[in-house]
Design a protein around this ligand. Sequence first.
Ligand SMILES: Nc1ncnc2c1ncn2[C@@H]1O[C@H](COP(=O)(O)OP(=O)(O)OP(=O)(O)O)[C@@H](O)[C@H]1O
Ligand code: SF4
Ligand SMILES: [Mg+2]
Length: 323
Amino acid sequence: MSKAIPLVVSDKLTKFFPLPRGKKVHAVDGVDLTIHEREIVGLVGESGSGKTTFGKTLIGLLPKTDGTVKYRGKALPQKYGPADFKRQAKTMQMIFQDPYSSLNPRMTVEEIVGEGLKLYSGQSSSDLRDTVASWLSRVGLEPDYMSRYPHEFSGGQRQRIGIARALILEPEFVVCDEPISALDVSVQAQVVNLLEELKQSMGLTLLFIAHDLSMVRYISDRMAVMYLGALAEIGPAHDVFFSPKHPYTEILIASNPEPDPELERKRLSTTITGEIPSPVDIGAGCRFAGRCPHSMDRCRVETPLLKPLADQPDRYVACHLYN
Ligand SMILES: Nc1ncnc2c1ncn2[C@@H]1O[C@H](COP(=O)(O)OP(=O)(O)OP(=O)(O)O)[C@@H](O)[C@H]1O
Ligand code: SF4
Ligand SMILES: [Mg+2]
């Protein structure tokens, strides 16, 4: 990539969910990540590793427990108020994980897609209708469909509605949370192609969360691997995929991903030895130590930090085998 300009930078970003008796879920635990302008960073990891929570906390949809996020060098609020959301809606958006539950069933497509514009742009209702119509065409839906309700659409069409809703305000940065996982394999490539085309034409920067590692490799510039709320590895997507360094990444990739998300979830949970541990009682040492074939004494007491590899400074790995 030529002259990478940092767009979104998380510094020790942390999100805990409180539980009774002072316990907490360490959903995101001190994540440092820099996403550059016009870059696609893919974020992978098993179910429950904290991908959605990271994406939502990054753009303020969930309040942070600790850490900071900077956007174009400026710190975003620790906790968002209505004015902050209004200001930010034109720069950062999210395409949600589940196209079946993320669209309000009582709103028409026109209301869903136009909601952000109505709240934040002050367009007249006829202009707004025209803008919604043009966005429906842009994502491959008939503008005549705008008076219909979400249940009248297929999964792929709903995801296109979700994409139009997120992009109509022409944001710079979009968190795409498993935008294809709930779709039939036959329509996954169509939605990925649409996202790529919009990324090119709008100059978007994306955090692309997914289970399908080969799809992430295909679409992303860099790939980040998350395990139990922390990053295990990050680097150029091609290098991470074809030459993984962290033992967890190695196992994820060797497991040969299934394009079907349900099969994929089942396969991952059986291929890696043992269950993903509880994110509630996180102690010292490496989070992957209980499942790692290379675990050493040191791994159980000392937490490995995400550090660049000596011979490949664009690759970062959190493992005592390397640092
Ligand atoms: N609102 C919440 N309250 C309590 N715990 C939560 C909440 N949301 C998420 N969690 C927990 O935080 C952890 C991370 O969840 P998250 O949904 O971010 O994972 P994920 O990587 O997106 O998983 P998936 O691949 O299934 O979408 C999980 O242990 C989850 O149970
Ligand atoms: S730090 Fe140790 S336990 Fe953790 S991944 Fe590396 S070798 Fe395995
Ligand atoms: Mg998720």
